[in-house]
Ligand binder design. Structure first.
Ligand code: MRU
Length: 358
């Protein structure tokens, strides 16, 4: 199935070409496909903050390439370039707080830098490391797709109606997606009847991005308002909720797009299975409990305006963009190292000791 799935990789959000990072501007999708050329860490940090690129793995990959751009610029400037680099790392680390892949990628790159020997081509070797992070995320997507589809087959059989939230697809990763990777694989295996995509207020990742990606692959997809989810579980035979993650705590609690928590509560009530699909780079063993995860709040204007038009009276708005789903509402966490069912601290620790499956 890996080859078939690789052939289905159509959408790309990130390209490293001629020594620069190109990001597909996700703010303009699905109507415009424009690419932003990033030639400095500062431009990448701004692009992450402004959601040109978004989705936890894609943010991490972009940060890795930004690290290369920073090293190159600091080397050219001369002096104590390693010390000066910290300013770039701090800028990148401050771009968004919740997706741990950002911090994970910066740590990987920093560790690679520290392993360099005198006389090494620093920029060249760090470029190889960033490409490696990108490539291994792509590989992880394929492995998780296989594991996720095996779960669906084992637990439910043919013709599933799946519900997803936000966008955990090609646009959010280095490959063809985490949650959407499983959904794409289910389609290829003939297990899928329809995907329901929560529109995902306020940024509309579901209607603008997920629906676009799936429709491009000929996968039957219907968009619904977020608040329809419980009703759909009751009336449309939804069998699985499949989502990605921004950070998974050591106890298995999952931070993901706002609204994921209420989906999990509703899924439990309706006997719908709940699957989280995320690479191990999203697991943060240093954070014991979901309550310790920093959840980003974005500007109130994202709620109070629509297409630049004010849609509410002069009131305050609260715009937390992530929430935490407690581990005890989750049936499966699927990673490239394997699957954890009914996650808890012990099972997460065991998972993290395993090697990648491919
Ligand atoms: O605010 P976003 O669009 O970056 O949020 C993205 C999500 O919540 C995704 O579900 C998550 O990052 C997983 S992407 C594979």
């Amino acid at each position: 199935m890996r080859e078939q799935l690789l052939a289905a990789e159509k959408v790309k959000a990130i390209e490293w070409r001629d020594g620069a990072l190109y990001l597909l501007d996700q703010r303009a999708l699905p109507f415009e496909e424009t690419w932003l050329r990033c030639d400095s860490a500062a431009v990448v940090a701004q692009a992450i903050r402004d959601m040109v690129v978004r989705g936890a793995p894609a943010i991490g990959i972009s940060a890795a390439y930004a690290f290369v751009l920073a090293v190159r610029a600091r080397l050219q400037a001369g002096g104590d370039w390693r010390a000066a680099l910290q300013e770039d790392v701090d800028l990148l680390a401050a771009s968004r707080p919740t997706a741990v892949n950002l911090f994970w990628a910066l740590t990987c790159m920093r560790e690679r830098l520290e392993r360099l020997k005198p006389g090494d081509d620093a920029a060249g070797l760090l470029e190889v490391a960033a490409i490696g992070i990108h490539q291994s995320d792509r590989e992880a997507n394929l492995t998780m797709a296989q594991l996720g589809v095996d779960l669906i087959r084992r637990h439910q059989g043919n013709q599933q109606n799946l519900l997803t939230h936000c966008n955990a697809g090609a646009l959010a990763t280095g490959g063809f997606g985490t949650a959407l990777g499983v959904i794409r694989a289910a389609f290829h295996e003939g297990l899928l009847e329809r995907v329901y995509a929560d529109e995902t207020r306020p940024w509309l990742q579901g209607s603008r991005l997920t629906a676009w990606e799936l429709a491009a692959d000929g996968i039957p997809v219907t968009v619904n308002v977020d608040s329809a989810a419980a009703h759909l579980m009751k009336t449309r035979g939804i069998t699985w909720v499949i989502v990605g993650a921004d950070r998974i705590a050591a106890n298995g609690d999952v931070a993901n797009k706002i609204g994921t928590y209420q989906l999990a509560v509703n899924a439990m009530h309706h006997g719908v299975r709940f699957m989280v699909v995320a690479p191990s780079s999203t697991i943060d063993m240093a954070t014991e409990h979901g309550d310790d995860i920093v959840l980003e709040e974005r500007d109130a204007s994202e709620l109070l305006e629509l297409g630049g038009q004010r849609i509410a009276a002069g009131v305050d708005a609260l715009n937390p963009v992530f929430d935490v789903t407690p581990a005890d509402l989750i049936d499966f966490i699927v990673t490239e190292k394997g699957v954890v069912d009914r996650p808890d601290t012990e099972k997460m620790a065991q998972l993290m000791c395993r090697k990648r499956l491919h």
